[in-house]
Design a protein around this ligand. Structure first.
Ligand SMILES: CC(C)(COP(=O)(O)OP(=O)(O)OC[C@H]1O[C@@H](n2cnc3c(N)ncnc32)[C@H](O)[C@@H]1OP(=O)(O)O)[C@@H](O)C(=O)NCCC(=O)NCCS
Length: 475
């Protein structure tokens, strides 16, 4: 955008008339988006009495609390049409991938951009599975947690801990262009960390599980698939020739594939925000893992089961929905920032659930879940707000039927999502023009300049939220 002008440059622009100054600006539209920085040149003198903190003369800011309509990068990875309920990885519909592909093949697709040939896949699979083994000290690390530690606390810490082993992978030690050079040597270092992180994600997750069961850790086996190896590491108790149930292994693989990426969700954004400082990928993945832990994101599948347990039986569904409508409760597993219809993954998960129940038997909460789903889908409150089931509504029932503990559910989301985090991180490291640190702006509405007051001359500012809380102490 240049000097203000009254004539649009082309049809692909936005004409903005600043009523404060009478000036007209043309802002280019590229790929149906406008650059937020263009608004910075829309400046006006500060109005009489206006706060200096508004910085009006320095240009307009674009306000978007919660990133409701801000595109933070250009991406070639995942496309979602939330109104039509469409999800595609690198152009391939999720339904086709779930039917024909595997989690690791899809990981290759997401990270490198195309479906692998047989030899390409072989190399990738071998490297990932080979890197499943962790340093023996990782066992000690996992054992240092309390017996009742949440497995997400263990997994999040374990990713950061893992990074301490690989000085050669740390831009703070090796130079900040370690991953952004994009030459063969740089790509090799990057790929090695990708293999390590995907390979060790299942190992660390299984260790987080076993430490709380009081079980010895299991070295990742050879000859099994990614999810087969994971189930083996979780469940093997010394049986000879133990192999996981192939139907459960396949079901978990489908669930992993469905969870592998979901474009700019909270955790992927966190990985990119953290990675934009050029920190090592282990620290960035640990940050993403922490973000995913929250109940509005990866914690929702766990929240769904707690909700179903609290409802108890189908007869209690109407009363529960009334409480939701009065905003006393939240219908976990419903609603999505992007989908305004059913999450396409939820149909595949629902189908997968039936496969799993054939092996495990039906989950006792299924009837309640089905009654809740049916009632919500025809309730005006949910229809009006376009609230429909998301991926978490049914997945928890599968995990429960397979015997995973409730608080392990977010781990089962985090492990496959490592793939998506890495795909986005790699894309950003290699993007044209290099990496720009993510440094958003704010709208400062706090106190204007004031002078320090000596402690004896202060008037107490009191009230709820105005100071530290008084807390009770236990023994
Ligand atoms: C996913 C979620 C965080 C999206 O939030 P969001 O995009 O900020 O949507 P909003 O909170 O603005 O929701 C819009 C409206 O629907 C309501 N709403 C959204 N999700 C709801 C839910 N699960 N139960 C009841 N009401 C819900 C909001 O209260 C709001 O109503 P209002 O306009 O009358 O105030 C939200 O839908 C949610 O909390 N869902 C439950 C948790 C969950 O399943 N998360 C997993 C996501 S994969």
């Amino acid at each position: 955008m240049g000097q203000p002008t009254a004539t649009p440059d082309s049809v692909n622009s936005l004409t903005v008339h600043d009523n404060r100054t009478g000036k007209v600006y043309n802002i280019p539209i590229v790929d149906n988006s406008i650059p937020a920085t263009a608004f910075k040149t829309i400046q006006a003198p500060r109005a009489p009495g206006e706060r200096e903190e508004n910085e009006t003369e320095k240009g307009l800011r674009v306000s978007d609390k919660g990133f409701l309509n801000t595109a933070v990068l250009r991406s070639e990875i995942t496309f979602i049409d939330g109104d039509a309920g469409i999800l595609r990885y690198r152009g391939y519909p999720i339904e086709q991938l779930a039917l024909h592909s595997s989690h690791l093949e899809t990981a290759y697709l997401l990270i490198y951009g195309s479906l692998p040939t047989k030899p390409q896949f072989k190399i990738f699979e071998t490297e990932v599975l080979h890197h499943g083994v962790t340093h023996a000290d990782a066992e000690q690390f996992c054992r240092s947690f309390r017996y009742d530690a949440h497995p997400m606390a263990i997994l999040t810490s374990a990713f950061a801990y893992l990074g301490s082993y690989y000085g050669e992978a740390n831009p703070s030690l090796q130079g900040q262009s370690l991953y952004t050079r994009g030459n063969a040597a740089s790509l090799e270092i990057m790929d090695k960390q990708i293999y390590r992180l995907i390979g060790k994600a299942t190992t660390l997750a299984a260790m987080a599980y076993r430490v709380r069961q009081g079980r010895e850790f299991v070295t990742p086996p050879t000859g099994l698939s990614y999810t087969g190896s994971f189930l083996y590491q979780m469940d093997h108790l010394g049986e000879e020739n133990y192999t996981p149930n192939p139907i459960l292994e396949k079901a978990l693989d489908v669930l992993f594939l469905l969870h592998a990426d979901h474009e700019m969700n909270a955790s992927s954004t966190t990985v990119l925000q953290t990675g934009s400082s050029l920190v090592d990928p282990y620290s960035a993945i640990a940050a993403g893992c922490a973000s995913l832990y929250g109940p509005l994101h990866g914690g929702a599948n766990e929240a769904v089961i707690r909700m179903l347990i609290s409802i108890g039986k189908p007869e209690n569904v109407p009363a529960f929905l009334e409480a939701v409508k009065k905003r006393e409760k939240v219908l976990s597993g419903f609603g999505h920032r992007v989908y305004k219809t059913s999450d396409p993954r939820s149909f595949i998960v629902r189908k997968t659930a039936d496969e799993v129940f054939k092996i495990t038997g039906k989950d006792e909460l299924l009837e309640t879940a089905m009654a809740l789903h049916a009632a919500a889908m025809k309730d005006e409150y949910f229809i009006k707000r376009k609230l429909a089931p998301n991926v978490d509504f049914w997945s928890g029932l599968i995990y429960r039927a397979m015997g995973f503990p409730l608080d392990f559910f977010p781990v089962l989301f985090a492990v496959p999502r490592v793939v998506g985090w890495l795909a986005h991180w790699r894309q950003m490291m290699l993007q044209e023009g290099g990496v720009k640190i993510w440094r958003p702006r704010q709208i400062y509405v706090g106190a204007s300049k004031r002078d320090y007051v000596p402690i004896d001359e202060r008037v107490a500012v009191e009230g709820l939220r105005k100071g530290p809380s008084a807390i009770s102490h236990s023994g």
